[in-house]
Design a protein around this ligand. Structure first.
Ligand code: SP5
Ligand code: ZN
Length: 374
């Protein structure tokens, strides 16, 4: 197992409106520091990626997956607001007026046009207020997504002199599973899971077709952006998440995919205060929903807002429970020889975030090390 980190993921620092209060965003750089401290006490190999080694591959992958106008917006809107005198260089942008379509369908085209007003643009390219944009947001999001590009190429063909890792962990920040290809939201700007799948396919010359790849999303929140991206495709998306929780409008078990993607989407909503036993039973079902026989790669969107004390979560999961969660998933990947990209999504308890991840990785390694009789 290899852990990938880029110090640039620390650069994005913003604010959010939570419970009608403007506060420093819960999604903050100290989350990654907590993880780095915990990893120091382990033997996991951490590869620090400096600079922009994946710069060439990443923009191509982003243009294939995300909207061009949206990418330009993320890159330039902060400077535009500063130049217009709306904010100071060290301040963040939050959206203000969201488009809500209430007109007859023939008006839809005009409605979706990019507003000329630079204030309005921020809401055109966002779906909520938990994704402020500051001066380093775009470069930080690029570094975050870039980790998955590197992980994909290492998994597909290990670099000279490097061992052949079957599992690569990306310390992504900002996270990605809530944003779609043209709307920031839920602390997410670029969808790292989408980039991971696309770059895995690119790295294998598209030999890894849609049915060879799946996403297992175990952040506390439903990965609405990832689901929507693959909804009409045969890339399997499986999610366990809090029922009736943020992002509120998606994540129902009735959402099974559309057209070619019909049957490839599986949601497992869990009630508030679900216990670890209930969670494990659901994890078993979720793992059964994955098409292991055809899988070459699995992308795990891993969030620790399922932790008992998380301010945004409501499950009763303890630090040590992540050992079992990690080992249950790893057992499957071991039996079916599936290679894995693990991406960090949420998790907001700074004191225990690192311990939660280490617990998960220890379980993963434990299951990978033993000979599994199937
Ligand atoms: C990646 C990720 O975990 N994003 C989550 C973003 C959630 N932002 C808004 C959450 C609003 C929750 N409302 C209060 C819930 C208290 N239990
Ligand atoms: Zn979350």
């Amino acid at each position: 197992m290899l852990v990938l980190y880029n110090p640039k993921v620390l650069d994005h620092v913003t604010v959010e409106l939570l419970g009608a209060k403007l506060i420093p965003a819960l999604e903050c750089p100290a989350r990654i520091s907590s993880i780095l401290v915990a990893l120091q006490e382990t033997n996991y190999e951490v590869l620090t990626i400096d600079g922009n080694e994946d710069e060439a591959k990443l923009p191509a992958c982003l243009r294939r997956t995300h909207d061009s106008g949206y990418l330009d917006h993320l890159e330039h809107i902060h400077a535009t607001w500063v130049a217009a005198g709306n904010i100071e260089m060290d301040e963040s942008i939050l959206p203000e007026c969201f488009p809500v379509f209430t007109m007859p369908p023939e008006n839809k085209h005009d409605f979706l046009k990019l507003p000329t007003d630079v204030f309005a643009r921020t809401s055109h390219y966002a779906f909520d207020m938990s994704s402020g944009i500051m001066k380093d947001t775009y470069s930080c999001a690029l570094a975050s997504a870039g980790l998955t590009v590197r992980a994909s190429s290492l998994l597909a063909s290990p670099a000279a002199g490097m061992s052949d890792h079957k599992t690569i962990v990306c310390l992504c920040r900002p996270p990605g599973h809530h944003c779609d290809t043209k709307h920031a939201g839920g602390y997410c700007y670029l969808n790292n899971a989408v980039v991971a799948v696309e770059s895995l396919q690119n790295a294998t010359g598209y030999v890894a077709s849609d049915e060879n790849i799946a996403i297992l999303d175990i952040d506390f929140h439903h990965g609405n952006g990832t689901q929507s991206y693959f909804y009409s495709r045969k890339v399997t998306y499986v999610s366990i998440h809090g029922q009736n929780e943020y992002p509120y409008y998606t994540g129902n078990s009735s959402e099974r995919g559309f057209e070619s993607g019909r049957g490839y989407n599986h949601n497992f909503p869990l009630a508030r205060d679900s216990t670890f036993a209930q969670y494990l039973a659901t994890l078993d079902q979720a793992l059964e929903a994955l098409n292991w026989e055809t899988l070459q790669y699995v992308v795990v969107s891993l969030g620790f807002d399922t932790f008992r004390l998380d301010p945004l979560g409501s499950f009763q999961i303890e630090v040590n429970d992540y050992f079992k969660i990690g080992s249950c998933i790893a057992k499957k990947t071991k039996v079916h020889e599936t290679r894995t990209v693990i991406l960090l999504e949420g998790g907001y308890v700074l004191e225990q975030l690192g311990e939660c991840l280490v617990s998960f990785l220890n379980g993963w390694e434990d299951a990978s090390a033993v000979t599994v009789r199937s």
